[in-house]
Design a protein around this ligand. Structure first.
Ligand code: MRU
Length: 326
């Protein structure tokens, strides 16, 4: 069951997936989004593929699962959590050639559940570590949605905010609306409303102005992929915020689980950046705001160089530059 994030904040609609193809479609169309949530959903997609397969032999089940592994890997390119979760599921599938097919199915489901539970635990731990960076009466700026919706629960960047809020440290959260898909205004503001976290929505273009007025004490965002040197891909607009934060002397933190770190990639230059349909930029909330056919460049993510990142918060603790992930 997935909460269909495309319909928020207007409607809370759950979407049942019986087949891996439906999970792949949900990921591709952003019904489920956010790096860790994509990974968890894909893991359950693989478990569904094993369940929907009628294979009676290990070889046949493996070949059905392989099709799903490939199809799910093609949904979105940037968040490494997707490939990390699929690699875990592949290892489980490969690791038991002599087991009866029912046992392989059960183990795949158990692995998906483990990935989900570990993600919630990692977020809570990140919250603990991250809250120690937050001063009293903090005014925190965040971007996109890196909350419970983007994970298996609690959140990464918004998990840090939640943990700080639980300790009474949060005066205000500035929520950037996050054009063009509006994950900030549609999802982060929705989560803040539900959690009773004091927040104020701003157009992305207002971020520099609130920093210049001295009204931001720290910025915290999530991540979709972190290279070995700490360069970080996250939602488009994150890089601009990091540049602004540096200019105004505001600390810029990234909160992400270890499953978001890709040590196989040396620098951010190698991170594949998803480009999405131009229609997302030509319309706002379904309303046309640009001439038909106007050419559009619509990268979904950008890369913030490690040199602009004050610290990276993970479930294992806080990393400071120079970053060397292995
Ligand atoms: O395109 P999206 O909505 O999947 O992008 C999400 C982000 O960029 C998040 O900030 C990131 O995945 C971290 S989520 C904990």
């Amino acid at each position: 069951m997935l909460l269909d994030q495309r319909q928020l904040p207007v409607r809370e609609v759950e979407r049942a997936c019986q087949r891996w193809e439906e999970v792949a479609d949900a990921i591709r169309t952003l019904a489920v989004r956010g790096a860790p949530a994509i990974g968890v959903a894909a893991a359950f997609g693989v478990a569904l593929a094993a369940r929907q397969s009628r294979a009676a032999t290990y070889e046949d089940l493996r070949s059905d699962v392989d099709v799903a592994l490939k199809g799910l890997a093609e949904t979105r390119p940037t968040a490494v959590n997707l490939f990390w979760a699929l690699a875990r599921m592949r290892r489980v599938a490969l690791g038991q050639p002599d087991a009866p097919v029912e046992r392989v199915r059960a183990r795949l489901l158990a692995e998906a559940r483990a990935i989900l539970e570990e993600d919630v635990a990692a977020n809570r731990s990140m919250g603990e570590h991250g809250a120690s960076l937050v001063p009293d009466r903090a005014r925190i700026l965040t971007h996109c949605n890196a909350g419970a919706l983007a994970t298996a629960g609690y959140g990464t960047a918004l998990g840090v905010v939640r943990a700080a809020h639980e300790r009474g440290k949060v005066a205000l959260v500035w929520v950037g609306e996050t054009r063009p898909v509006m994950q900030g205004s549609r999802l982060t503001a929705w989560e803040c409303m539900r959690e009773g976290i004091p927040h104020r929505l701003i157009a992305d273009v207002a971020a520099g102005s609130v920093m210049a007025r001295g009204e931001v004490d720290l910025v915290v965002t999530g991540a979709d992929r972190i290279a070995a040197n700490g360069d970080t891909a996250n939602k488009i607009g994150t890089y601009s915020l990091a540049v602004l934060a540096r200019h105004h002397g505001v600390p810029f933190y990234v909160a992400a689980p270890l499953s978001t770190i890709d040590p196989s990639i040396a620098t951010g230059a190698e991170i594949p950046i998803e480009e999405r349909d131009g229609g997302e930029v030509r319309r706002v909330g379904g309303q046309q705001t640009a001439p038909d056919g106007s050419p559009v460049y619509n990268p979904a993510f950008d890369v913030t160089p490690a040199s602009l990142i004050t610290a990276i918060v993970t479930e294992r603790g806080i990393f400071r530059p120079p970053y060397r992930f292995s």
